[in-house]
Design a protein around this ligand. Sequence first.
Ligand code: AMP
Length: 400
Amino acid sequence: MRVLVLNSGSSSIKFKLFSMEESIVLASGLIEQIGEADGRASIEGAPGVKSVREGKIADHGDGLHLMLEMLSEAEIIGSLSELDGIGHRVVHGGEEFHQPTVIDTDVMAAIERLSPLAPLHNPANLAGIRVVVEKSPKLPQVAVFDTAFHQSIPKYAYLYALPYQLYEQEHVRRYGFHGTSHHYVAKAAAVYLEKKLESLNMITLHLGNGASACAIRAGESVDTSMGLTPLEGLIMGTRSGDIDPAVLFYLAREKGSSIDELDALLNKQSGLKGICGSNDMREITDRALEGDERSRLALEMVSHRLKKYIGAYTAVLGRVDVLVFTGGIGENAAQLRESSCAGLEEGLGIKIDLEKNRMRKSGIFTISAEDSRVKVLVVPTDEELEIALQTMMAISSAHQ
Ligand code: AMP
C-alpha cells in the first residue's frame, strides 16, 4: 500500500510517500514559497538523491502538479492513480472530529467552517485536499486532525472560566494541538518499555519551534497546554505561551496597539526570540555558553515554565510513570532536558542520569537514572508516519 502524506501550510507543502508493507519512505520533499516569485520544490528519493526546481509556483495546485512531475521523473510514481490513499494533516477539527476521517464533501465543508479557529492552517489544508479531488476524485483521502487526540480531555479541564455562552455560541474552549505527535510518542514509549499503554500515566513534552505538554492517562489525553489556538502554554520559538491576558488591554490602552499588532507581538515577536533575539535553540545554547546573559535568561525561563507544567500534570495524573521529551529541541537539547528536570528528584521522583542524557543516540533512549521513580525517555517523533498509519486504518475500516 502506498500512502502519500501532505502537510500543507499557507505557502508550503511538506510531503512524504510511504510504502506501508515495507515500512519505508519512498520519497519526501518540500514545496516552498508558493505564490511568491522565488518558489522552490525539492524532493529526495533514495537517501542523498535530491532534485530541486526553482521558479514561480502560482498556487497549491501548481505545487502538487510539480511534485508529481518530479516524482515521475525520479521514477518513484507515475501518477496519483498509483497511490492507495492520501493522508492530510488538518490542524483544527473542532469538537466534531475525534478520529482520522475519510474525506467527503461534508468533511470538506466542516474543515472550512472551522477555518476561523485556525485561519492560517485550515484553508491551506483544504487547498491541498481540493487539488487532489480535482485531479483524482476517486482516490481516498483522510484528514488526520491535530486536535483529535485531545478530544478526550474532560470538560472541567478544557473549559475556560469565561461566560458559558462563549463556549456554546462561539466554541471558545481549549482544543490542544500536536495531538498526532503526543499520541505517536506515547505509543512508541509503551512499546519501548514493553508495557501496555493502558497501564501507564505519562507526561509528553513536544518541544520544537511550537511546544506543548500533554498529560496522558491510559493512552488518553486528559490535559494539554495549548488552548483555543497554539499560543497558550509553554514558551516557544516566537510565541509567548502563558501570559496575563491583561497585558493586552494594558498595551492597547497605553500604546494604542491594534489587535493585529498584538497578535503579531504574541505569536511572532515573543518567546525565545522576544527575550534573546533568536529562536534557534542551537544558537541560543552556544551563546549562553559564551556568556550571553539574555540567552542564559531565555533558557532559564523555558526550563522554569517546563517545570511548572511537569509539576501541574503530575498533580493532574496523581502518579507519573513516564516523562517523554520529543521535537527538535526535546530530542536534541540535552542541556535543556537537564535543567528542566533539575530539582525534581525528591518531590516528583524524576532523576536524570547526566551521562546518559548527554550521549547522542538515534531512536528511543532512556535518560533517567536507575533509581528514578519516573522513567524519562527521549522519543523521536514522526508525525508523517503516524498520519500514514492512521490513513491506512481509516481507509481499511471504511471498506469493511
Ligand atoms: P522542530 O520545530 O521540531 O523542527 O524544532 C525546531 C527547534 O529544534 C529549533 O529551535 C532548533 O534550534 C532545535 N534544534 C534542532 N536541532 C537541534 C540540536 N541539535 N540541538 C539543539 N536544538 C536543536
